[in-house]
Design a protein around this ligand. Sequence first.
Ligand code: SF4
Ligand code: SF4
Length: 412
Amino acid sequence: MKRRDFLMSSLALFALSALPKLTLAEAIAVPDAVKAKVNTANKLGFGFMRLPLKNPDDQTSIDYKTLDKMVDLFLARGFTYFDTAWMYMGYESEVALRKSLVERYPRDKFTVASKLPIGFLKSKEEQEEIFNKQLEKTGLEYFDYYLVHNVNANTIGNARKYDSFKFVADKKKEGKVKHIGFSFHDSPELLEEVLKEHPEVEFVQLQINYVDWDNASIQSRRCYEIALKYNKPVIVMEPVKGGTLANLPPAVEKVFKEAEPNMSPASWAIRYAASLEGVMMVLSGMSTLEQVEDNTAYMQNFKSLTAQEMKVIEKAVETLHASVAISCTGCQYCVEWCPMKIAIPSYFALYNAEKQEISNKPFTAQKMYYANLAKTHGKASACVQCHRCEKHCPQHIEIVKWLKEVAKTFEA
Ligand code: SF4
Ligand code: SF4
């Protein structure tokens, strides 16, 4: 039996009512300053991080014949935004963008976003070297959008030490970048700190999808709210959670198919993100021509989700949550008793999200969030099995047992 089927059948005994619920996005007020910066048309961006490959074991073996067709169709249907980064596709993504886009289309037909890889930096000077190399790799004279890449608890130190935000702001002054922002993978608290420090940024790139919206660790909704509080429009990454929401368990897919037999599961996920009023762009890392066909078809004449459609998503989320491994409600009652300061509910939320991912992914956002949290909290493996926490858990969760599973999943 496949892992997901096993979870669906054996774990449905957990009480659904105890699990986090999706909150309707319409409840969030969007400032006029953000609305003014958001164009409701053409909100789909082509992410160059999961390109078609000739050899699935070699990220650099890009299938240019297929990629060219994908780029042609994307542009023909009126979309213009392309997103790349220094290390995507084994450092070949920016080169692929040059070959498939820049060398085949006039500059006014597209916009390009790339990013400064702060996690990789070893010196301040390296920023200039990388930036110039990025222009060379892409064949561009300027980037339309340039982001400080992947700001989180682990990387913010480098950004501060090397003055990375000033670096990108200086590039804007030089005219080599049109708009500056940053991509972010961490807590709403850190997001607020960074936005206070850097009022000059024009937008924020966040992980938002209907599963992570109220996930206790990823906290997409809270991060979205913080971005709006600082009048920043949002670019959404991982709307389909790295393909997970396109390959749903049968019971969840059935919910969508019953509502709209002809719409793909991915369409629900991308439309969900695009329906958020403060979102200026939704990135999709497309790997096949069929995916471009599908995504561009429903996004060409984009319509926000109706209240009825939002209810379908809520039902799908409930069905998906029925497959979670640990029925933790995130009440935090256990936390204060732990002598090792283990982030018990946050780790459980990440573990549940990890188990809902499609299998065999070498990288997941959960792994990164776990590493970030473990910097300031005890790791799951630090548990000394005193069982104090379990005495205070209203859900009677075997915390010690599950922490061992968490450690196996995230610390291996
Ligand atoms: S059993 Fe482990 S997680 Fe629970 S309080 Fe003790 S050390 Fe913390
Ligand atoms: S007390 Fe139980 S339900 Fe509450 S956060 Fe801790 S593990 Fe989760």
